[in-house]
Every structure is written in C-alpha cells, then in structure tokens.
Write a protein that binds this ligand. Structure first.
Ligand code: NAD
Ligand code: UDP
Length: 324
C-alpha cells in the first residue's frame, strides 16, 4: 500500500505503544510525522530514537484541550487514549475525555486542514460479545455503567462522533477497530496479559491467569496492526474495519506459550477475574482483506519470540543502568 496519500501525518498518542511504531513506520515510508502526546500512559523514551530523523517532530500536548498543529496536515491518526484496563481504570474521566473531547479536537483539526482522520477504535466496542467471531455489523454487548465502560463507551462515542462528522460535514474518515495488539515497546507494568506474563516468566514469578483462563483473545503483532492503520489511511473506505488476527487462544494457553518462549519454570496461578471481562474475542477480517488487501503476516510464535527478546533486552538494560 502506497503511503503517498498520507503526506504529513499527525499521530495523537504517538509516544504510546502502537503510536510509536506507527510514527516509525510512517517515517520509513517517507511521510512527515508530528507526534502529539501528553505522556499520560506513554513516554518520550518511546520516540527518542526518532528524534533525529528528517520529517519527525513532537509536541507535548493534551488533545482534550485542543489540537493545533502548525503547517500542512494531510492525515490525522487519533490514537490518544489510555488503552490498558489498568490504565483506564486509573484514569477513568481522562479516558472518557480522550474519546470525546479528544476525538472532537482531532476531527476539527483534520477539518481545518482538509485532512483524513483515522480513528483508533477497539474490539471493546463489541463488549462481551454475543456473536462469534465479531463482524463489523455486530452492535456489541457493553455494560454502560460497569468499570470498563469508561473505555468502551468512550470509543463507541468516538465512533459515533466520527460518523456524525462524516455524514453531517462530509469529513474524510476511517475507523479501525483494533483487536489486542502486542509487541516490543509495551510497558512491562501496563497490566495487560502479554507484558505481564512475559515480565513474570522472565523474573521466575508466578504467571497470573485470571479466572479459569478459558476466556479467549486474538493477538496481533504490532507491525501488522500498524500496517492495517496505514492501509486504512491510504484507502477510500470509512469502515469501521476490524484490524486483528485470527490467532484466537485461551488466556491459559497464552500463559503456557509465553512460559515456553521464555524457557521459564514459573508456575501458572489463578487470580480473580476482572468485572465484565469479555469471554471471547476474534475478528472477522473479511472486510480488511477485501477492502484494504490487509492480512496479518507475523505468526504468533514469531511475534511472541520477538516480543520476549525485546523485553529480556530491556530488563537487562535496566539492570545494568541500576548497577552503574
Ligand atoms: P498506550 O497507552 O501505549 O498509548 C496511548 C498514548 O496516548 C500514550 O502515549 C498516552 O500518553 C497518549 N495519550 C493519552 N491521553 C492523551 C491525551 N489526552 N492527549 C495526548 N496524548 C494522550 O496505548 P496503545 O496500546 O498504544 O493504544 C493506542 C490506541 O490504540 C488507543 O487509542 C487504544 O484505544 C487503541 N487500541 C489499542 C489496542 C491494543 O491492543 N494495544 C487495542 C484496541 C485499540
Ligand atoms: N489477564 C490475565 N492476567 C493478567 C492480565 C490479564 O489473566 O495479569 C487476562 C484478562 O483478565 C483478560 C485477558 O487476560 O481476560 C486479556 O487482558 P488484557 O488486559 O491483555 O486485554 P483486554 O482485556 O483489554 O482484551
């Protein structure tokens, strides 16, 4: 997929996990990139390696307070939002604000520049799904007053607002429903299953599987996720379109796989299951394949190996820095 149409891109949440990979991939493809982040859950460290690259600039700003970017803008990728359950439960109001005011500011900035907006939505809009796998036509099963609602409803509102701008003002928009993405650059303490299991397995600590571990997720390597977002930016469709992998597995199996890749002896232990934790998750990716020509490429075993290698190297760096 050509990146020519993407031109000069703004990436809100660009210093986060997916955002930092997206910034890098866009630069690799010849785009100019303005990373906008308030470091609520991301870090300047994630984009430090991009600082010297031609075409890259960074603004420290909270998108809920406005989004003003000097110069031309062709594409706005709106990723700014807490994403891990631990983060959004800690930042409930900020998460609702990022999805509501933040999305409005992203759409207004795009309108001002005549740019296309790509919204990073989520499989969480399907809630605890009653249909499996999840097709984009499924409306979801979300508890609007449960603890996860701060994230799920923020994203549902963000989708509704994006469609309203499209219908009422003719805004050029694309909505990506991202399913569990993983890879290098995740925070070891962000509370999500993959970074937690890897950190625990590498440290020889018990691996904490919630409930009986039979709930499923479909995990997608971040390079594939980012390729899907870029394909959507360069396409003419509005979506929503699922960006996720068919590698559905139980959380217990995921814990065992991670333990194997880490060559760890850590026991797998059972801990309490969070409220409203979805039981199943697998995307129907027919639309992504047909409309974007997008399919995930990185096999799960390879993705997990690359991620574990990165976590092991990062842990070693931290240890050496601690000794210095
Ligand atoms: P992340 O927490 O690593 O990144 C989010 C970034 O947004 C952080 O750098 C954070 O500092 C920034 N941010 C938050 N609020 C902000 C604000 N008000 N102003 C400016 N910046 C702000 O999360 P991630 O996993 O990289 O997720 C990125 C996006 O993708 C999110 O919108 C998330 O909802 C979506 N998504 C991610 C996944 C996944 O599996 N990682 C799945 C579905 C959807
Ligand atoms: N999970 C777990 N142990 C952990 C963290 C998460 O068993 O230490 C479970 C969690 O309850 C959920 C699944 O793993 O069933 C995926 O959780 P994650 O936070 O990674 O993603 P999300 O719930 O947002 O899909």
């Amino acid at each position: 997929m050509s990146q020519a149409r993407i031109g000069r891109a703004v990436v809100t949440g660009g210093a986060g996990f997916i955002g930092s990979h997206l910034c890098e991939r866009l630069l690799d493809g010849g785009a100019e990139v303005v990373c906008v982040d308030n470091f609520a859950t991301g870090s300047a460290e994630n984009v430090r390696h991009l600082a010297g690259r031609s075409g890259f600039s960074a603004l420290e700003a909270d998108v809920t307070l406005g989004l003003r970017v000097p110069g031309r803008v062709d594409t706005v990728f709106h990723l700014a939002s807490a994403a891990s359950p631990r983060d959004y439960l800690r930042l409930p109001v900020e998460t609702l604000e990022a999805g509501s005011r933040g999305t409005r500011n992203a759409l207004d900035a795009a309108a001002e520049h005549g740019a296309r907006t790509v919204l990073a939505s989520t499989s969480e809009v399907y809630g605890d799904p009653l249909h499996h796998p999840q097709h984009e036509s499924y409306w979801g099963n979300v508890n609007p007053v449960g603890p996860r609602s701060v994230y799920d409803e923020a994203k549902r509102y963000a989708e509704a607002l994006t469609m309203a701008y499209h219908r009422a003002y003719g805004a050029d928009v694309g909505i990506a429903r991202i399913f569990n993405s993983y890879g290098p650059g995740m925070r070891p303490g962000d509370g999500r299953a993959i970074p937690t299991f890897i950190r625990q397995a590498l440290a020889g600590e018990p691996i904490t599987v919630s409930g009986d571990g039979m709930q499923t997720r479909s995990i997608c390597y971040v390079d594939d996720t980012v390729r899907g977002l870029i394909a959507l930016a360069g396409a003419d469709i509005t979506g929503p379109v699922n960006i996720g992998s068919p590698y559905e597995l139980s959380i217990r199996r995921l814990a065992e796989l991670v333990r194997g890749v880490c060559r760890s002896e850590s026991p797998v232990v059972q801990v309490g299951r969070p409220a409203d934790d979805p039981r199943f998750r697998r995307p129907d990716t027919t639309l992504a394949a047909q409309a974007l020509g997008w399919r995930p490429r990185v096999p799960m075993e390879e993705g997990l190996r690359l991620t574990v290698e990165w976590f092991a190297a990062a842990a070693q760096r931290r240890e050496e820095e601690g000794r210095a």
